[in-house]
Design a protein around this ligand. Structure first.
Ligand code: ZN
Length: 370
């Protein structure tokens, strides 16, 4: 959830004063002791913690065959950008972006709070060039469309092994990013990067980094423990309802949180332009962050489980029967040969037995396999 490069390059409205920042840090360090150990001075350092938590939650909800396939695929990552375990690979796309700035826009969708126009924020949804893999798509694409594209690729039988690994790596990261409210919104402030904030016990920083990092760290310093606690609080009703929606819906849901809480509950700035966040803002933010990390983890698992992943080199399909196309919006699935196969706006490939197990219905009531 680290701020995209395009946002980082513009100068902040108020110069970042390292000396002042350090004095704040020392003071807070003395005041808060161990708490500060978890708050790094860099405005862009986190990302990793939140993404680790999302991956840990997702791992809990993976089927054993999906988990085995994911781990085996990631073991083939030779980029050296991260360790190859799933929690570390969830931050791979942030590292990759450093050398591939053409992927920077893919990490967010800057839907303006004033108009809520997600289609404009997705650059009008440019299609992939004919026969181009999603990893080579245009630079002007939003995270919603990239999640859709990589989800299709992850499951499609014709995807090459190399591209399938990339699809997995991007999805491990982008499903998390999509749930960060400030990766789903903008208020003419580069997703909160132009607003300086402060709060009791937290070093002053940018609004974006507070939601990326500071509020997540307040959930706990150990990502395994935080993930376990969040998993304990997720009930089966939530799992069921969260999985019925599409990436577009997930983004609009995060947008609503941004509108209501991230921006809606901001106090007026003080005379130096800093927004001093009161305790109730911080409390609401922690609740929101916990919910969004939980949703992201459950949905990431759904995406991965739905892809019918095989062990690399395996020739036998993991599921039984026909690979169908599930329209995740309508809940109907389509058989090979149908004009809708692979062609509805929201959908994933999965084996028919998986589709049936997921309570999806065949189009026209007619199953694909006899
Ligand atoms: Zn990111």
């Amino acid at each position: 959830m680290t701020a995209p490069e395009s946002r980082l390059q513009a100068a902040p409205t108020k110069p970042f004063n390292l000396a002042t920042q350090s004095r704040h840090l020392v003071r807070h360090w003395l005041a808060c002791g161990a708490l500060l150990l978890s708050i790094a001075p860099s405005a862009f350092a986190w990302g990793d913690g939140g993404h680790r938590i999302v991956a840990k939650i997702a791992d809990h909800y993976l089927t054993s065959s999906t988990r085995a396939a994911v781990n085996a695929m990631l073991a083939n990552d030779s980029t050296g950008l991260t360790s190859t375990d799933m929690a570390s690979e969830a931050s791979w796309a942030d590292r990759y972006r450093n050398k591939h700035p053409e992927t920077a826009n893919w990490h967010f969708v800057d839907t303006e709070i004033s108009d809520g126009d997600i289609d404009a924020a997705c650059f009008g949804h440019p299609p992939l060039p004919l026969n181009a893999p999603a990893s080579a798509g245009p630079a002007t694409a939003c995270v919603v469309d990239k999640v859709d594209q990589f989800t299709k690729e992850l499951a499609a039988p014709q995807t090459t092994d190399a591209e399938r690994l990339l699809a997995l790596q991007f999805l491990l990261h982008f499903v998390g990013d999509l749930h960060q409210p400030l990766h789903a919104s903008d208020s003419s402030d580069r997703g909160g990067n132009d607003k300086m904030v402060s709060a009791p016990g937290i070093a002053p920083g940018k609004l974006h980094s507070y939601w990326d990092t500071a509020f997540v760290k307040q959930l706990g310093s150990d990502t395994n423990t935080v993930a376990s606690q969040l998993i304990d609080n997720i009930n089966s009703g939530q799992v069921a309802s969260w999985q019925t929606q599409t990436p577009r819906d997930w983004s609009l849901e995060a947008f609503d949180i941004a509108k209501q809480d991230v921006y809606g509950k901001l106090p007026a700035p003080n005379s130096s332009g800093t927004f001093a966040l009161p305790d109730d803002y911080v409390f609401t933010a922690q609740q929101d962050v916990a919910l969004q990390l939980s949703r992201a983890g459950v949905r990431l698992a759904m995406v991965l489980n739905g892809a019918g992943l095989q062990m690399p080199g395996s020739t036998s399909p993991p599921g039984d029967g026909v690979l169908v196309w599930v329209n995740t919006k309508s809940g109907v699935y389509h058989c090979p040969g149908s004009p809708y196969y692979g062609n509805t706006k929201h959908g994933v490939y999965m084996y028919e037995d998986q589709a049936k197990a997921g309570s999806y219905r065949p189009a026209g009531g007619k199953a694909c396999s006899a």
